[in-house]
Design a protein around this ligand. Structure first.
Ligand code: PEP
Ligand code: MG
Length: 876
C-alpha cells in the first residue's frame, strides 16, 4: 500500500519534500501544541502520481482521504455533509518551496444548500453562513472549474450599486442569499451543470484542482524565475475551517515576526476584522496595521505576539504567520520563513544573532550574496532628491530606488523591456498573472492593496522596489493613469523611491552607497572566521577610501600606469617614452617624480597606514602611444617636437604583440632610471607621511612581469641603490619590501630562484591565465563564450580561476617559493581571485591575501568566511 495521506499530528518540519512547506510546518506547529485547526496533508508524491497517471485520484488515495476526514470528524465532533453539525474544510496547495499566490486555495468546502442552513442555525448568524456559501461558490467556480472571477464579482458590485452601498460588509443576509442563487445560476449557465452538492465530490474535485494547478502557467513562470524544479509537485492541505468572518470579535491577518522591509524587530503586518483570508491578500479592503489589534483584541494580540516569538526561536528565523480569530479564539493557519528585502535580511540575521537565536557561524553561513549586493546598490542622490517634488505617494512596500518608463499592463511592460527600455509597472493592483511583467520591471506601483498585497510581497521577494496603495492614483485605461490633474502617459519617465514610498516625474540621479552599519558589523565577524585577508586593487584616493570602507585590510595592487591616464599625465608619459636621450628622460623624470610623490602621499593617507603594495610601471606601450598620423601631429605640437620625430619614434616602439612585449620588468631593465624614480617617489612619500601623520608607512614595492631571477635581482639592486640614496639624504630609516608579481608561467617554474631575492609574491592571474591558456585576455571573449556554449569550458577562466591549469601553476610556485623562504608572503590580485568559485580553491592554498576591486571585497570576505564555516551547521 502506498501512503498518500498524513494527519498533521503525524508529520514534522523535516518532511518538506513529502508534505510541502505548509504541510510540514502545520504538522510541526501541531506537535508544538500551538492552536492549529486540525487537518491532514495529501502528499507531493500523490500529486506526482496523479499528474503522471492520467490526472485522476486513485481509489487508494480516495480511501485514505476519507479515512483522514473520518479522523477530523472524531476530533471536531462535526461530520462532513451533516445537515445538523457540518464539518467545513479549507483546501490549500503547499509545495516544498513557498510560491505565494501561485497556487490555489478553496475555503468553506462542505457547504451546500442544506449544510448552509445548519451553519446559519448553529452560528445564529445567517448573514455569515450565506457569505461563506457564496465565497465557496465563487472560489470553487474560479479555482476548481476555471471560471472568471469577475463574472462573480460583478454581481456583488451591481447589487451594492442598486442598493446604494459601498462596502461588502454592508450587505445583509438576504443580499447574500440573492447572490448565492445568482452565483448558482452563473455556474449552471457557464458549465452546463449544477454546483456539486455532495461535499465529498467537492473535496475530490478541489484536490484534483490543486494538483493540476502545479502546472498552470503562473506556477510554471514562478518556478522558472525562482529556479524551482518542475519535478517536486505540490501537497494539498485539508484543514477544518475556522472563521474570521464571524462578526466583530473575529478577524484574520498576516503578520511577520519582524519588519520584512527594514528588518526592525517587533510584529509587522495587517488584519481585517470580520473577514476571511483572501480579503487581506487580495487588497480589496484596506487592512489595519497589526498594532491596532492590541487595542481591539488585546488578549489575542499578546498571544499572537508570544507565538510568533516562540516560532522564531523554534525555526531560528523570521516567520511569516497567517492567523484567524474566530469569536475571540486565535488560530494559527500557517508559518514559514518570511520573505524579506535585502536590507531587512542583513539586519534580521544580525539581530537574531544578537538575541542568541542563531550562533555566529549560522549567521555567517546564512548571508546571501544577493542581499549583500543590494546593500551596496545605489539609492537616489539625497541632494538631488531635494530638488524634486513627488507627485504621488503610497506605502513603501519594497525599498530601493529605480527609474523607468511607465507601462500599465504586464504585456506592455514585457514588450518595452524587450525593446531595451527600463520599465516601471503601474497597476491598480497586481495578480499572479502579472508575474512576468513584475519580473522585468525596475519598480512596481499600485493604487490599491496593503503591505502584504500581491504586488508588495512579490516585489519584495524579487528585490524590486515598490510603492503600493497609492490612493490618489487612478489607472484609467491600458495606456494612461491620472493623479489629481496630472496625467501619466505610457512611456512617461518615473522615479520610484521604495524606501520613502514617493514617486517622482523624470529621472533622479543615483548615489553610491559605500557602506552601512550592518556591513561594519559583518566585517568584524567575517574577519574572525576567514583564513585569508582581503585587500583592494585601487590607486586613486577615492577607490582606496571605498576599498577601506568596504573592509579591505590594505591595498594589494596599485597600478601606477593607471595614474597616467589623465590627459596632462598622458602627455608627460609620452614625453618620457618618446625622449631621445637619457638627459631628456631624466629631465621628464624629475617632474614626474614630484607628481608621483604627491600621488603616493594621497594613497598612503587614504589607506591610513594600512599595508600598501605599489606596482611599478607595467604599461602595455600601445595604450600610451599615439594612434595615427593626426594624433602624432597633435602630440608633436604639444611636446614641441617635429611630426617626423614623433612618428619615427612611435613607429620604432610599435609592437606586433604589445601584451607580450615591452612590459613590466623589460622596461625596468632597459630604462633603470624610470623604476629608480618611482622607487624614490614611493620611499620619499612614505618618509613624509610617516613624519606628518605619525603612522609608519612600510611600502611594498612590486615589480611586475618577472621572468627570471637574475633579471629581478638586477633591478632590485638598481632600485635599492636609489632608495638608499633617498633615505640617507633624509637621514631617515624606513621599512620597505620589494617583491614581484608572478604572472608568467616561467616565473612559476623558477619561483624558488626568484624567492631568493623577493620579499613577497603576488599572483597576477590575468596575465598568468592569458599565457597559460594561450588565450588573449582582451580578444578572447568570443572564443571563451563559444567554448562555454559547447560545454568545453564550464566557466570563463578570466572570471573563475582555472584550477586545473593556472591553479596547478600557482601551487607549484607557492611550493617552490616557500622551499626557499618559508615566510614568503603570498597574495593574488587577478580578477578571478574574488569569484566565489575561485575562493573555494584559494582557501585551501596557504596564501595570505587576495586583492580585488573595492566593490567585490564584501562578497569575497563573506565567501571566505562561509567557506571556513561551511560544514558547521547550527543544531536544533
Ligand atoms: C594580472 O595580470 O593579473 C594583474 C593583476 O595585472 P594587470 O591586470 O595589471 O596586468
Ligand atoms: Mg598583469
Amino acid at each position: 500500500m502506498n501512503r498518500w495521506v498524513y494527519l498533521f499530528s503525524e508529520g514534522s518540519k523535516e518532511q518538506k519534500d513529502l508534505l510541502g512547506g505548509k504541510g510540514a510546518n502545520l504538522a510541526e506547529m501541531t506537535k508544538l501544541g500551538l492552536p492549529v485547526p486540525t487537518g491532514f496533508t495529501v502528499t507531493t508524491e500523490a500529486c506526482l502520481y496523479y499528474l503522471n497517471h492520467g490526472n485522476h485520484l486513485t481509489d487508494e488515495m480516495k480511501d485514505q482521504v476519507m479515512a483522514a476526514v473520518e479522523q477530523l470528524s472524531v476530533k471536531t465532533g462535526k461530520r462532513f455533509g451533516d445537515v445538523t453539525n457540518p464539518l467545513l474544510v479549507s483546501v490549500r496547495s503547499g509545495s516544498k518551496f513557498s510560491m505565494p499566490g501561485m497556487m490555489d486555495t478553496v475555503l468553506n468546502l462542505g457547504l451546500n444548500d442544506q449544510t448552509v442552513a445548519a451553519l446559519a442555525e448553529n452560528s445564529q448568524n445567517e448573514r455569515f453562513a450565506y457569505d461563506c456559501y457564496r465565497r465557496l461558490l465563487q472560489m470553487f467556480g474560479n479555482v476548481v472549474m476555471g471560471m472568471d472571477n469577475n463574472d462573480f464579482e460583478h454581481r456583488i458590485t451591481a447589487l451594492k450599486k442598486i442598493n446604494g452601498l459601498s462596502f461588502d460588509n454592508e450587505l445583509t443576509a438576504d443580499h447574500w442569499k440573492q447572490i448565492v442563487s445568482e452565483y448558482k445560476e452563473i455556474y449552471r449557465k457557464k458549465l452546463q451543470r449544477e454546483f456539486p452538492q455532495n461535499p465529498i465530490e467537492q473535496l475530490y474535485l478541489a484536490i484534483e484542482a490543486v494538483f493540476g494547478s502545479w502546472n498552470n502557467q503562473r506556477a510554471k513562470t514562478y518556478r522558472r524565475l525562482h529556479d524551482i524544479s518542475d519535478d517536486l509537485g505540490t501537497a494539498v492541505n485539508i484543514q477544518e475551517m475556522v472563521f474570521g468572518n464571524f462578526g466583530e470579535s473575529s478577524g484574520t491577518g498576516v503578520v511577520f515576526s519582524r519588519n520584512p522591509s527594514l528588518g526592525d524587530p517587533g510584529l509587522f503586518g495587517e488584519y481585517l476584522i470580520n473577514a476571511q483570508g483572501e480579503d487581506v491578500v487580495a487588497g480589496v479592503r484596506t487592512p489595519k496595521p497589526i498594532q491596532v489589534l492590541a487595542d481591539e483584541l488585546p488578549k489575542q494580540y499578546s498571544q499572537l505576539k508570544e507565538i510568533c516569538e516562540d516560532l522564531e526561536k523554534h525555526y531560528h528565523d523570521m516567520q511569516d504567520v497567517e492567523f484567524t480569530i474566530e469569536r475571540e479564539k486565535l488560530f494559527i493557519l500557517q508559518t514559514r520563513s518570511g520573505k524579506r528585502t535585502s536590507k531587512a535580511a542583513l539586519t534580521i540575521l544580525l539581530d537574531l544573532h544578537k538575541e542568541g537565536i542563531i550562533d555566529e557561524k549560522e549567521l555567517v553561513r546564512r548571508i546571501e550574496a544577493k542581499d549583500l549586493e543590494a546593500a551596496l546598490h545605489p539609492n537616489f542622490d539625497e541632494q538631488e532628491l531635494k530638488n524634486h517634488e513627488s507627485f504621488l505617494s503610497g506605502l513603501a512596500a519594497s525599498p530601493g530606488a529605480a527609474t523607468g518608463a511607465a507601462y500599465f499592463t504586464a504585456e506592455a511592460a514585457t514588450e518595452a523591456k524587450a525593446r531595451g527600455e527600463r520599465v516601471v509597472l503601474v497597476r491598480e493592483e497586481t495578480s499572479p498573472e502579472d508575474i512576468e511583467g513584475i519580473a522585468v520591471s525596475e519598480a512596481v506601483i499600485t493604487s490599491r492593496g496593503g503591505m502584504t498585497s500581491h504586488a508588495a510581497v512579490v516585489a519584495r521577494g524579487m528585490g524590486i522596489c515598490s510603492v503600493v496603495g497609492c490612493e490618489r492614483l487612478t489607472v484609467l485605461e491600458e495606456n494612461k493613469a491620472v493623479v489629481g490633474d496630472k496625467v501619466i502617459e505610457e512611456g512617461a519617465i518615473l522615479s520610484v523611491d521604495g524606501t520613502s514610498g514617493r514617486v517622482y516625474f523624470g529621472e533622479i540621479p543615483m548615489e553610491e552607497v559605500t557602506n552601512t552599519v550592518a556591513l561594519d558589523e559583518l566585517h568584524v565577524i567575517w574577519d574572525r572566521h576567514a583564513a585569508i585577508k582581503v585587500r583592494a586593487n585601487a590607486e586613486t584616493p577615492n577607490d582606496i577610501e571605498t576599498g577601506m570602507a568596504l573592509g579591505a585590510v590594505g591595498i594589494g595592487l596599485a597600478r601606477t600606469e593607471h595614474m597616467f591616464f589623465e590627459r596632462s599625465r598622458l602627455l608627460q608619459f609620452r614625453q618620457l617614452i618618446l625622449a631621445d636621450s637619457l638627459e631628456e628622460r631624466l629631465d621628464v623624470l624629475k617632474d614626474l617624480k614630484e607628481v608621483q610623490k604627491q600621488d603616493f602621499k594621497f594613497m598612503y593617507e587614504a589607506a591610513q597606514g594600512k599595508s600598501t603594495t605599489i606596482r611599478l610601471l607595467d604599461p602595455p606601450l600601445h595604450e600610451f602611444l599615439s594612434k595615427g598620423t593626426e594624433e602624432c601631429r597633435e602630440v608633436a605640437k604639444e611636446l614641441g617636437k617635429t611630426f617626423n620625430e614623433v612618428k619615427r619614434k612611435t613607429d620604432n616602439l610599435a609592437e606586433v604583440n604589445p601584451m607580450l612585449g615591452f612590459r613590466g620588468l623589460r622596461l625596468g631593465v632597459a630604462y633603470p632610471e624610470i623604476y629608480q624614480m618611482q622607487a624614490e617617489a614611493i620611499i620619499e612619500a612614505a618618509c613624509e607621511v610617516t613624519l606628518e601623520k605619525g603612522y609608519p608607512i612600510a611600502p611594498e614595492i612590486m615589480i611586475p612581469f618577472t621572468i627570471d631571477a637574475e633579471e629581478f635581482a638586477r633591478v632590485r639592486t638598481s632600485i635599492e641603490g636609489a632608495i638608499q640614496k633617498s633615505l640617507s639624504a633624509r637621514k631617515q630609516v624606513l621599512e620597505y619590501q620589494i617583491g614581484t608579481m608572478i604572472e608568467i608561467p616561467r616565473a612559476c617554474f623558477v619561483a624558488d630562484e626568484i624567492a631568493k631575492h623577493a620579499d613577497f609574491f603576488s599572483f597576477g592571474t590575468n596575465d598568468l591565465t592569458q599565457m597559460a591558456l594561450g588565450l588573449s585576455r582582451d580578444d578572447s571573449p568570443r572564443i571563451i563564450n563559444q567554448y562555454m556554449e559547447a560545454g568545453i569550458f564550464a566557466d570563463d577562466p578570466f572570471q573563475v580561476l582555472d584550477v586545473a591549469g593556472v591553479g596547478a601553476l600557482m601551487k607549484l610556485a607557492i611550493e617552490r617559493g616557500r622551499q626557499v623562504n618559508p615566510q614568503l608572503k603570498i597574495g593574488i590580485c587577478g580578477e578571478a581571485a574574488a569569484h566565489p568559485k575561485s575562493i573555494a580553491f584559494l582557501n585551501d592554498l596557504s596564501i595570505d591575501y587576495i586583492s580585488c576591486s573595492p566593490f567585490r571585497i564584501p562578497q569575497a570576505k563573506m565567501t571566505l568566511a562561509q567557506t571556513a564555516v561551511k560544514d558547521q551547521k547550527q543544531v536544533g
